[in-house]
Ligand binder design. Structure first.
Ligand SMILES: [Cu+2]
Length: 276
Protein backbone atom coordinates (compact mmCIF):
# COMPACT_ATOMS: atom_id res chain seq x y z
CA UNK A 1 0.00 0.00 0.00
CA UNK A 2 2.88 2.32 0.79
CA UNK A 3 4.00 2.27 -2.82
CA UNK A 4 0.93 4.16 -4.06
CA UNK A 5 2.10 7.76 -3.49
CA UNK A 6 5.34 6.94 -5.32
CA UNK A 7 3.58 5.62 -8.42
CA UNK A 8 1.26 8.66 -8.31
CA UNK A 9 4.33 10.88 -8.18
CA UNK A 10 5.94 9.02 -11.08
CA UNK A 11 2.73 9.41 -13.11
CA UNK A 12 2.50 13.12 -12.41
CA UNK A 13 6.15 13.64 -13.27
CA UNK A 14 5.75 11.79 -16.55
CA UNK A 15 2.68 13.89 -17.36
CA UNK A 16 4.58 17.09 -16.57
CA UNK A 17 7.49 16.03 -18.76
CA UNK A 18 5.48 14.70 -21.68
CA UNK A 19 2.62 17.24 -21.89
CA UNK A 20 4.84 20.19 -22.92
CA UNK A 21 6.24 18.00 -25.71
CA UNK A 22 2.85 17.61 -27.39
CA UNK A 23 2.79 21.07 -29.02
CA UNK A 24 6.41 20.57 -30.08
CA UNK A 25 5.50 17.29 -31.77
CA UNK A 26 2.43 18.89 -33.29
CA UNK A 27 4.59 21.68 -34.67
CA UNK A 28 6.86 19.10 -36.31
CA UNK A 29 3.91 17.44 -37.98
CA UNK A 30 2.61 20.82 -39.06
CA UNK A 31 4.37 21.04 -42.43
CA UNK A 32 2.31 18.07 -43.66
CA UNK A 33 -0.73 20.37 -43.81
CA UNK A 34 0.92 23.28 -45.58
CA UNK A 35 -1.75 23.24 -48.28
CA UNK A 36 -4.68 23.27 -45.84
CA UNK A 37 -6.63 26.52 -46.09
CA UNK A 38 -7.52 27.83 -42.67
CA UNK A 39 -8.15 25.52 -39.75
CA UNK A 40 -8.43 21.76 -40.25
CA UNK A 41 -9.64 18.77 -38.26
CA UNK A 42 -7.41 17.61 -35.39
CA UNK A 43 -5.21 20.62 -35.81
CA UNK A 44 -2.94 21.15 -32.81
CA UNK A 45 -0.44 23.78 -33.84
CA UNK A 46 -0.94 27.16 -35.45
CA UNK A 47 -2.29 27.64 -38.94
CA UNK A 48 0.58 27.91 -41.40
CA UNK A 49 2.16 31.33 -41.45
CA UNK A 50 1.35 33.34 -44.57
CA UNK A 51 3.02 36.63 -43.60
CA UNK A 52 6.42 37.54 -42.13
CA UNK A 53 4.63 38.70 -38.97
CA UNK A 54 3.05 35.25 -38.46
CA UNK A 55 6.44 33.59 -39.12
CA UNK A 56 8.05 35.75 -36.43
CA UNK A 57 5.23 34.99 -33.98
CA UNK A 58 5.58 31.25 -34.61
CA UNK A 59 9.34 31.18 -34.13
CA UNK A 60 9.03 33.28 -30.95
CA UNK A 61 6.35 30.91 -29.67
CA UNK A 62 8.40 27.82 -30.49
CA UNK A 63 11.50 29.29 -28.85
CA UNK A 64 9.52 30.07 -25.68
CA UNK A 65 8.13 26.54 -25.69
CA UNK A 66 11.65 25.05 -25.51
CA UNK A 67 12.64 27.54 -22.82
CA UNK A 68 9.56 26.80 -20.70
CA UNK A 69 10.03 23.07 -21.14
CA UNK A 70 13.63 23.37 -19.99
CA UNK A 71 12.61 25.41 -16.93
CA UNK A 72 9.84 22.96 -16.00
CA UNK A 73 12.21 20.00 -16.35
CA UNK A 74 14.81 21.79 -14.18
CA UNK A 75 12.31 22.59 -11.40
CA UNK A 76 10.82 19.09 -11.45
CA UNK A 77 14.26 17.49 -11.21
CA UNK A 78 15.12 19.72 -8.23
CA UNK A 79 11.87 18.63 -6.57
CA UNK A 80 12.65 14.97 -7.26
CA UNK A 81 16.15 15.29 -5.80
CA UNK A 82 14.67 16.86 -2.65
CA UNK A 83 11.99 14.19 -2.35
CA UNK A 84 14.41 11.30 -2.80
CA UNK A 85 17.54 12.51 -1.03
CA UNK A 86 16.20 14.71 1.73
CA UNK A 87 13.17 12.88 3.06
CA UNK A 88 13.08 12.01 6.78
CA UNK A 89 14.16 8.42 6.10
CA UNK A 90 17.11 9.13 3.82
CA UNK A 91 18.23 12.20 5.73
CA UNK A 92 17.23 11.76 9.40
CA UNK A 93 19.46 14.59 10.68
CA UNK A 94 18.68 17.68 8.61
CA UNK A 95 21.11 20.58 8.56
CA UNK A 96 19.75 23.72 10.21
CA UNK A 97 21.21 26.55 8.14
CA UNK A 98 18.70 29.13 6.85
CA UNK A 99 20.75 31.41 4.58
CA UNK A 100 23.13 31.05 1.69
CA UNK A 101 24.05 34.35 0.08
CA UNK A 102 25.46 32.88 -3.14
CA UNK A 103 22.39 30.84 -3.94
CA UNK A 104 20.04 33.68 -2.96
CA UNK A 105 21.80 36.01 -5.39
CA UNK A 106 21.71 33.33 -8.08
CA UNK A 107 18.00 32.59 -7.79
CA UNK A 108 17.28 36.30 -8.07
CA UNK A 109 19.68 37.16 -10.89
CA UNK A 110 19.12 34.15 -13.15
CA UNK A 111 15.30 34.60 -13.40
CA UNK A 112 15.86 38.31 -14.11
CA UNK A 113 18.22 37.39 -16.96
CA UNK A 114 15.68 34.85 -18.28
CA UNK A 115 12.94 37.53 -18.22
CA UNK A 116 15.18 39.97 -20.11
CA UNK A 117 15.99 37.26 -22.67
CA UNK A 118 12.21 36.88 -23.20
CA UNK A 119 11.32 40.58 -23.05
CA UNK A 120 13.78 41.88 -25.65
CA UNK A 121 12.60 39.80 -28.65
CA UNK A 122 9.00 40.15 -27.39
CA UNK A 123 9.12 43.97 -27.57
CA UNK A 124 10.92 43.85 -30.91
CA UNK A 125 8.17 41.63 -32.31
CA UNK A 126 5.45 43.87 -30.87
CA UNK A 127 6.83 46.90 -32.73
CA UNK A 128 7.43 44.86 -35.89
CA UNK A 129 3.73 43.86 -35.87
CA UNK A 130 2.58 47.40 -35.23
CA UNK A 131 3.11 49.02 -38.62
CA UNK A 132 5.00 48.71 -41.87
CA UNK A 133 7.47 51.49 -42.62
CA UNK A 134 6.63 51.47 -46.33
CA UNK A 135 2.99 50.65 -47.11
CA UNK A 136 2.15 50.14 -50.80
CA UNK A 137 -1.61 50.23 -50.34
CA UNK A 138 -4.25 50.59 -47.65
CA UNK A 139 -7.14 48.36 -46.66
CA UNK A 140 -9.71 49.87 -44.33
CA UNK A 141 -11.71 47.43 -42.25
CA UNK A 142 -14.87 48.41 -40.39
CA UNK A 143 -16.70 46.12 -37.99
CA UNK A 144 -20.49 46.19 -37.89
CA UNK A 145 -23.13 44.19 -36.03
CA UNK A 146 -22.67 41.67 -37.71
CA UNK A 147 -20.55 41.88 -40.79
CA UNK A 148 -17.34 43.46 -42.01
CA UNK A 149 -17.04 46.44 -44.34
CA UNK A 150 -13.97 46.87 -46.55
CA UNK A 151 -12.62 49.92 -48.35
CA UNK A 152 -9.71 50.28 -50.78
CA UNK A 153 -8.93 54.03 -50.87
CA UNK A 154 -5.96 53.52 -53.24
CA UNK A 155 -8.01 51.59 -55.81
CA UNK A 156 -10.56 54.24 -56.61
CA UNK A 157 -12.51 53.81 -53.39
CA UNK A 158 -13.71 50.25 -53.86
CA UNK A 159 -15.96 49.40 -50.93
CA UNK A 160 -18.23 46.52 -50.07
CA UNK A 161 -19.80 44.65 -47.19
CA UNK A 162 -18.84 41.08 -46.45
CA UNK A 163 -21.46 38.77 -44.91
CA UNK A 164 -21.19 35.15 -43.83
CA UNK A 165 -22.81 32.65 -46.21
CA UNK A 166 -25.71 31.10 -44.22
CA UNK A 167 -25.27 27.44 -43.35
CA UNK A 168 -28.13 26.36 -45.64
CA UNK A 169 -26.50 27.97 -48.68
CA UNK A 170 -23.01 26.56 -48.18
CA UNK A 171 -21.81 24.86 -51.37
CA UNK A 172 -19.01 22.48 -50.38
CA UNK A 173 -18.31 21.62 -54.03
CA UNK A 174 -17.12 25.21 -54.42
CA UNK A 175 -14.87 24.89 -51.40
CA UNK A 176 -17.13 26.92 -49.16
CA UNK A 177 -16.70 26.35 -45.45
CA UNK A 178 -19.48 26.58 -42.87
CA UNK A 179 -19.17 29.65 -40.61
CA UNK A 180 -16.04 30.86 -42.46
CA UNK A 181 -16.98 31.57 -46.09
CA UNK A 182 -18.36 34.99 -47.01
CA UNK A 183 -20.38 36.39 -49.91
CA UNK A 184 -17.69 39.00 -50.71
CA UNK A 185 -14.19 37.85 -49.80
CA UNK A 186 -11.47 40.45 -49.31
CA UNK A 187 -9.08 40.32 -52.26
CA UNK A 188 -5.47 41.36 -51.68
CA UNK A 189 -2.31 41.13 -53.78
CA UNK A 190 0.60 38.95 -52.60
CA UNK A 191 4.07 40.36 -51.88
CA UNK A 192 2.66 43.80 -51.14
CA UNK A 193 3.00 45.76 -47.91
CA UNK A 194 -0.61 46.46 -47.02
CA UNK A 195 -1.45 48.93 -44.31
CA UNK A 196 -4.58 47.75 -42.52
CA UNK A 197 -6.70 50.34 -40.73
CA UNK A 198 -9.25 48.81 -38.41
CA UNK A 199 -12.25 50.52 -36.86
CA UNK A 200 -15.87 49.80 -35.93
CA UNK A 201 -19.14 51.59 -36.47
CA UNK A 202 -21.22 50.34 -33.55
CA UNK A 203 -19.58 48.22 -30.84
CA UNK A 204 -16.16 46.67 -30.23
CA UNK A 205 -15.12 43.98 -32.73
CA UNK A 206 -11.73 42.47 -33.49
CA UNK A 207 -10.33 41.67 -36.92
CA UNK A 208 -8.36 38.47 -36.51
CA UNK A 209 -6.69 36.33 -39.17
CA UNK A 210 -4.50 33.63 -37.58
CA UNK A 211 -2.44 32.80 -40.70
CA UNK A 212 -1.42 36.46 -40.92
CA UNK A 213 -0.65 36.84 -37.22
CA UNK A 214 -3.24 39.61 -37.00
CA UNK A 215 -5.69 40.29 -34.19
CA UNK A 216 -6.52 43.96 -34.04
CA UNK A 217 -9.35 45.49 -32.05
CA UNK A 218 -11.97 47.39 -34.01
CA UNK A 219 -12.99 50.30 -31.80
CA UNK A 220 -15.74 52.83 -32.65
CA UNK A 221 -14.28 56.32 -33.06
CA UNK A 222 -10.72 55.10 -33.23
CA UNK A 223 -8.48 53.71 -35.97
CA UNK A 224 -6.05 50.95 -35.10
CA UNK A 225 -3.27 50.17 -37.50
CA UNK A 226 -1.54 46.94 -38.43
CA UNK A 227 -0.09 45.51 -41.62
CA UNK A 228 0.29 42.39 -43.70
CA UNK A 229 2.43 41.12 -46.53
CA UNK A 230 0.93 37.87 -47.77
CA UNK A 231 3.72 35.67 -49.08
CA UNK A 232 1.70 33.05 -50.98
CA UNK A 233 -1.59 33.07 -52.86
CA UNK A 234 -4.52 31.27 -51.29
CA UNK A 235 -7.67 31.66 -49.25
CA UNK A 236 -7.33 32.56 -45.61
CA UNK A 237 -9.96 32.72 -42.90
CA UNK A 238 -10.47 34.61 -39.69
CA UNK A 239 -13.22 35.53 -37.27
CA UNK A 240 -14.34 38.41 -35.16
CA UNK A 241 -12.49 37.99 -31.87
CA UNK A 242 -14.21 40.45 -29.58
CA UNK A 243 -17.63 39.55 -28.17
CA UNK A 244 -19.89 41.93 -30.08
CA UNK A 245 -23.39 40.55 -29.60
CA UNK A 246 -25.55 37.70 -30.80
CA UNK A 247 -24.01 37.58 -34.27
CA UNK A 248 -20.42 37.52 -33.00
CA UNK A 249 -19.81 33.98 -34.29
CA UNK A 250 -21.37 34.79 -37.67
CA UNK A 251 -19.12 37.53 -39.05
CA UNK A 252 -16.16 35.61 -40.49
CA UNK A 253 -13.31 37.03 -42.52
CA UNK A 254 -12.40 35.45 -45.86
CA UNK A 255 -9.34 36.72 -47.67
CA UNK A 256 -8.25 35.72 -51.14
CA UNK A 257 -4.59 36.51 -51.79
CA UNK A 258 -3.92 36.67 -55.53
CA UNK A 259 -1.07 37.72 -57.81
CA UNK A 260 -0.58 41.43 -58.45
CA UNK A 261 -1.93 41.05 -62.02
CA UNK A 262 -5.06 39.25 -60.83
CA UNK A 263 -5.57 41.91 -58.18
CA UNK A 264 -5.33 44.66 -60.81
CA UNK A 265 -7.86 42.84 -62.99
CA UNK A 266 -10.17 42.47 -59.97
CA UNK A 267 -10.03 46.20 -59.15
CA UNK A 268 -10.69 47.11 -62.80
CA UNK A 269 -13.61 44.70 -62.93
CA UNK A 270 -14.97 46.35 -59.81
CA UNK A 271 -14.69 49.82 -61.35
CA UNK A 272 -16.52 48.61 -64.49
CA UNK A 273 -19.33 47.10 -62.44
CA UNK A 274 -19.75 50.42 -60.68
CA UNK A 275 -20.14 52.31 -63.98
CA UNK A 276 -22.80 50.00 -65.37
CU1 LIG B 1 -17.76 41.39 -34.02
Amino acid sequence: MKKQPLSLLAGLTTAFCVLPLIPVLAAEDHSAHSAAPGPHNWQMGFQDAATPVAEHIHSFHNGLLYLVFGLAAFVISLLLIIIVRFNAKANPKPSLFAHNTVIEVLWTVIPVIILIVIAVPSMKLLYYMDRTPSPEMTLKVTGYQWNWGYEYPDQGGISFASYMIPEKEIDQSRGQIRLLSTDNPVVVPVDTNIQVLVTAADVLHSWAVPAFGIKTDAVPGRINETWMRVTRPGTYYGQCSELCGKGHAYMPIEIKAVSKEEFKAWTEGFAKEKKE
